[in-house]
Design a protein around this ligand. Sequence first.
Ligand code: AMP
Length: 577
Amino acid sequence: MKTFKKIGVNKNIDKGLSELGFEAPTPIQEKVIPMLLEGQGDLISLAQTGTGKTAAFGVPLVQLTNSGSNKTQALVLCPTRELCVQVARDLKSFARHVLNVRILAVYGGAPIASQIVSLDKGAHIIVATPGRLHDLMRRGSANISSINTVVLDEADEMLNMGFQEEINAILDKTPDDKSTLLFSATMSKDVASIASRYMKNPREIVVGQRNSGAENVCHQYYMVRAKDRYPTLKRIVDVNPDIYGIIFCRTRHETQEVADKLMQEGYMAEALHGDLSQSQRDQVMRKFRNKSIQMLVATDVAARGVDVNDLTHVINYNLPDEIANYTHRSGRTGRAGKTGISVAIIHQRETGRIKAIEKRIRKKFERCMVPSGKEICEKQLVSQIDSIMSHEVDENLIEQYLPVIEENLASLDREDLIKRFVAYEFKRFLEYYRNAPDLNIKKEKAVKKGERRKEKDAKGRNGNSRSRFTRFFINVGKGDGIVPERLIGIINERTKVGNISIGKIELLRNFSFLEADSRFAEHVLHAFNHMIVNGKKVKIEVAQGKRPAYLDRKTEPFKYASKKSVAAGRKRKKRRM
Ligand code: AMP
């Protein structure tokens, strides 16, 4: 068996690792640690979370730190504060028995003053979110001009979150001869462009397949009507009494709504999203880790830092807008050698998206039937019986009460007793699922309905006022750091109306299209008033005419934007080159 010592890790760090229960290096650690310890330049590693990538870069960073110098020597950039805190915590654990290595986490959403004070004291390794670090650099508090290594952790996610500009600005201030290490679950176009701009002949290490879902995750979907999404979720949870998982929603509002409903109905669930304060989030995470809640209902962003190994399920209550996010979501389960299930609840219009995901992850989804009430009740019964049977009886404790128990139950025979026990324990399930309808959509019906819906949509796009959604044109796009979450966030935060349904979102480089509930068209138009994004005054208007055919092509058109934004786009492109 390979040990950490054998791959060059020194004895003090090895001691820290074995205290964490790390006995042997994981495949990525076995490849990356020796390479970094020998100072072998730039590296791209395609690896999911759960592979041990933090120690793969963290152990060499700690071991190579010169604690005699006061200078910052390494920088780790992470997409979220949760991940930032977690990475810094991991690095500190690796350094537990190494003298004087100072590791500091700086991230947005926390008071900047105390971070400035900590930076003044000096940090050998800074772990940061790009926005906050950029701010600290402009204030002259963080100095990264002498670092020898920069790590871009979850690079795809940082770019999805619109941090491209900050990352560029930060990397531009680092020395030319540093090593750049890029870790990403997927190799998107944006990640590839960062790599080509900032890395020199990087070595590439793929752990598992490139752009593939984790090996031991099984992918399933349930096809139901949109209105049956929540009852379907309940059935999935009810048929898996020992479920321990994350339910992913698209917006903060939806996240809170689903969590509230589950809690009201007695499920052990809580919400995790950006509207919660840090201490509320910490509390939810504590409960989830110690299993006092079974389900975390979360947005993609909030769940980024969740480091829990034994999740049984990931449930896509709604599929993510970006396929890459599906990989992130499903990679939360099936970790550390365990198997996991990633479930998507879809309606009939989304089969195409399942196909697109299958292509990306190179794995097939299995269509599952929503369980019937009878199946669920049987499963619950068996589980309850199992847990009763496995419970140890303390004869001494119970003996003194036996006479009174026997006297009171004397009139019941075995069958009566069982029936009463079932009726008592399962009242909730038996009643809820009495006459429960079949929620599955039959395949032929789904196809026909899908076709009817397509026709209706086509009419809607041609201006039919009966269309449920209005399509808007917005003059900012991916190149301006726009991501679907940001558009949804703007609508959620800047309209007083809660829960405006959002349809399809199409992001192009210089502009975007967004569909929103027609009844709230005015609210949506207002939400973007007086906004400046990437130095551009945001303009939104109801999209006119048919969807241009070139939008279905792979290349991104410039033609459709107004003359002004085309010119601005070209200028920006020139600046980037
Ligand atoms: P990461 O991919 O860095 O998020 O790590 C995933 C999980 O695996 C974390 O909970 C780590 O503590 C754990 N882990 C990382 N390396 C090892 C190892 N060599 N042995 C056992 N557990 C590990």
